[in-house]
Design a protein around this ligand. Structure first.
Ligand code: HEM
Length: 396
């Protein structure tokens, strides 16, 4: 009998890559928790993500609606829709994340990045980079996107955390009550926002989503609310971890830091390589719609499949020297933003935030060191990054 492999054991969460290497050697197999089927090789991961007919996202909605929650609009969002419904919704919202929309945001994101850098460099001693920078940048960008007032930004982070925590597991009753209240508050906030933009449209995301598409189609109120809900878990945690993982990777590699610092045109390459090497979107889930076969393995109908993006991105057959950071590695043929119909809608925005964040910060640093305490990594299978990253900066 094969030994039990547990994706959520503390050792694996601290460093999942040895287990992923072993999974790639043996191929698709069942793992803990819950006997999920782990898909770990690049070509198998790509095959699953390209085949929403056999590997559905729709069943995942259940995770957002445990018995103690009666209403959660996230359970109807884009990421848990299959075709043809998915294409209709995606077609309607995609424009709001396109180059024209981002060009409007760029100067504001740059200004935020410089302001955060300034504050970071004025802090004495060690600073938690996650709290002081990595978290604040995407939360403020999401606040801008939503057109919220600045005093409402801190709430966004709490709401994002609550939404992410719902499918993740056990909650004591008082926490359940708090999360239910968060859901009510979130919905009220988005209702008010939609109402305000309906009567006085502006140049922002909500106004764009309200406007009829070129074919005259409009999102229903429920679709609009669900989409706004989904941006919190999708857009905050992942971007926080991209920034934090980048600084974590550089803290171990002073030569790479020096190279990038000397030639800032390398920043986009650094971002792509960190996305591949330590991807914040660590895995995705799918459910089989029928009995099926994948890479010679029989999967029953209704099987939960964990698509290990982070393993695929360390697959030597696709990325020679995969366990090394290599700034000369060309292209972005990685799947850190997913693959197929659910490819990340915010990929361009996330890359922009990371680039502007690093362009503001790195030139202001002579160097930085990481505290020797072991990193406490997120305990999620879906998103990976440090919960805190204590760094000491030497300003240039
Ligand atoms: C989908 C990763 C940032 C919005 C996805 C998926 C991945 C991903 C892997 C596919 C999920 C699946 O196939 O099940 C990331 C990473 C990010 C990031 C690594 C940052 C580094 C963002 C941002 C936003 C966003 C900033 C928006 C504010 C979305 C949406 C989807 C999605 C709406 C669903 C798309 C669909 O189902 O068609 N993301 N994401 N993401 N992401 Fe991101």
């Amino acid at each position: 009998m094969q030994p039990t492999l547990d994706l959520m054991s503390p050792e694996t969460r601290a460093n999942p890559y040895p287990l992923y290497a072993e999974l790639r050697r043996t191929g698709i197999r069942q793992v803990e928790p819950g006997g999920m089927w782990a898909v770990s090789r690049y070509e198998d991961v790509a095959a699953v993500l390209k085949d929403p007919r056999r590997f559905s996202s729709e069943g995942l909605a259940r995770g957002f609606l445990p018995p103690w929650i009666q209403r959660n609009p996230t359970a109807q969002s884009l990421v848990v829709k299959d075709p043809p419904e998915h294409a209709r919704l995606r077609g309607r919202v995609a424009r709001a994340f396109g180059p024209a929309a981002l060009a409007v945001l760029e100067p504001e994101i740059r200004a935020i990045a410089h302001e955060l850098t300034q504050r970071l460099l004025h802090a004495d001693g060690e600073v938690d980079f996650v709290e002081a920078f990595a978290l604040r940048l995407p939360v403020r960008v999401l606040g801008l996107l939503f057109g919220l007032e600045a005093d409402e930004y801190p709430k966004l982070k709490g709401w994002a955390d609550d939404l992410v925590s719902i499918p993740a597991g056990q909650h004591p009753p008082e926490e359940q009550a708090r999360i239910r209240q968060s859901l009510v508050d979130m919905e009220r906030c988005f209702e008010d926002l939609i109402e305000a933009r309906r009567s006085a449209p502006e140049h922002d995301l909500v106004s764009e989503l309200i406007r009829p598409g070129e074919d005259g189609s409009v999102l229903t109120h429920e679709e609009l609310i669900s989409f706004l809900f989904s941006l919190l878990p999708a857009g905050v945690e992942t971007t926080v971890y991209l920034l934090a993982n980048t600084m974590y990777v550089l803290s171990d590699r002073p030569d790479d830091f020096a190279r990038v610092r000397a030639d800032m045109r390398l920043v986009p390459r650094l971002i792509e390589e960190v996305l591949r090497f330590e991807p914040p979107g660590h895995s995705s889930l799918r459910i089989t719609t029928e009995e099926t076969e994948l890479a010679g393995v029989h999967l029953p109908r209704g099987a939960v499949v964990v698509v290990l993006l982070a393993s695929a991105l360390r697959d030597e057959r696709q990325f020679p020297g995969a366990d090394r950071i290599d700034l000369a590695r060309g292209g972005s043929s990685h799947m850190a933003f997913g693959h197929g119909i659910h490819f990340c809608l915010g990929a361009m925005l996330a890359r922009l935030e990371a680039r502007l964040g690093l362009e503001a910060l790195l030139p202001r640093l002579q160097g930085f060191t990481r505290s020797p305490v072991p990193i406490d990594w997120s305990r999620s299978l879906i998103a990976r990054g440090p919960l805190a990253l204590p760094l000491k900066f030497s300003p240039a």
